[in-house]
Design a protein around this ligand. Sequence first.
Ligand code: AMP
Ligand code: ZN
Length: 495
Amino acid sequence: MINDLKIHNSLTRKKELFKPINPPFVGLYVCGPTVYSDVHMGNVRTFMSFDVVNRYLKHLGYKVRYVRNITDVGHLVNDADDGEDKIGKKAKLENLEPMEIVQRYANGFHQVMDMFNTLPPDIEPSATGHIVEQIEITKKLLENGWAYEKNGSVYFNVEKYNKSHEYGILSGRKIEDLQSNTRALDGQDDKESPLDFALWKKASDEHIMRWPSPWGAGFPGWHLECTVMSTKYLGETFDIHGGGLDLKFPHHECEIAQSVGATGKSPVNYWIHTNMLTVNGQKMSKSLGNSFLPTELVTGNHAMLDQGYSPMSVRFFMLQTHYSSTLDFSNEALKAAQKGYRKLANGLKTVKKLNFAQDEGSKNEQVINEIKQACDNCYRSMNDDFNTAKTIAQLFELLKKINSLHAGQLKYSEIGKEVFTKLVNTYQSFMVDVLGLKEETPAEVHPIIEALLDVYKKAKAEKNYAQVDEIRAVLKSNKLLIKDMKTGVDWAYEE
Ligand code: AMP
Ligand code: ZN
């Protein structure tokens, strides 16, 4: 299966067979957050999508080095090299050190990633930790003739680059269109053309985040940090670079130009861009004022929400749609996702209780084939450009068989030990390892619930219905149900 993974490469605009440069190693770089405010659910969607990419590659046996940076300098309020530094601005506003702002929001970001069961990257470099390297590459671009210095700032010369290379190779933009659509901004007189972008910016007197450089005190351009950090840890050309669709231009386009200009090599073999989380069809963004914070979603404390949703329900909601499609945020969709997640989570609980037994029943080839098909389809779906939506549909197929076994409608002998093991392993590994959908009730709590069920059984036997109702109510308030079955008493997540 390992050679079957196909990735939609934004660079070629085609689905391509994934061939790592140096298997079993895979280099994966994802643009991280700019830590000047709380991450919103749109950001979370993108990082969750790449979490699944990382998880699946690891599941396939690749040794992934996952690098996701922290942008702690250089991202200006206006993406076109203009305005204050987002972090510097916030620091001034709150009368704090820029690094206090960085620390606060980086901590918050990590907590959010943890809450949604997103694995940490293997390296999490920060832009301020790589100023020296950014100065070095700027010097190299000057040396190679792709950049020019003006009044303490250094700019990349896009038009010159485009004479022998293709600026727009990734985004499909044409330089002629860009020339007619890009206007010079006030205070950008240093640029020879409005298309040029900053590699290094001179720091004005009031600019707090500044470093000495051969061109005077200044700070690095936003696009440069990702070029420096990705190639430092993954090589001049590496396997996969990801980010949200809105970063394709100019951020990633500029990254390519910088790398080609500095090393003569295209930096990335596969570019992956994830689509946007929207609210009423509009991109969720802080500046549009339509963003949801993770805590608002979990607590339900938001004007558009009528209840809170658990982190795993939200994760399920996100993964039910392929990363390349937009996903619209709504109460109804979240409610349906909560139900869907709880069904699958009950499956995780049930599967642990199944014990293969040689019961009476003969092999049922049809069911065997259905199980084998659904297991293989889990791989097929993920190999089809990480299609989590199709994978989830296959998990529901497997869940039907798990529930039938549990209810005794399907006999173990009908499927045999080998197929039974495949069913259990595939369900658990795709749910937990690949999709990162775990049970939300901590394992330590399960024995306490079981103990409560013993009290329930005793109360029932003694016809103490007041206590029976009380125990039911306690569990229900925690969204857990007691199930009285022919085979005994059990509990489940309320669906
Ligand atoms: P930023 O901190 O603004 O650099 O954004 C961090 C990541 O979140 C980037 O990869 C963005 O493309 C992504 N992002 C921002 N808004 C959304 C959204 N509404 N939906 C999905 N991803 C988003
Ligand atoms: Zn980046």
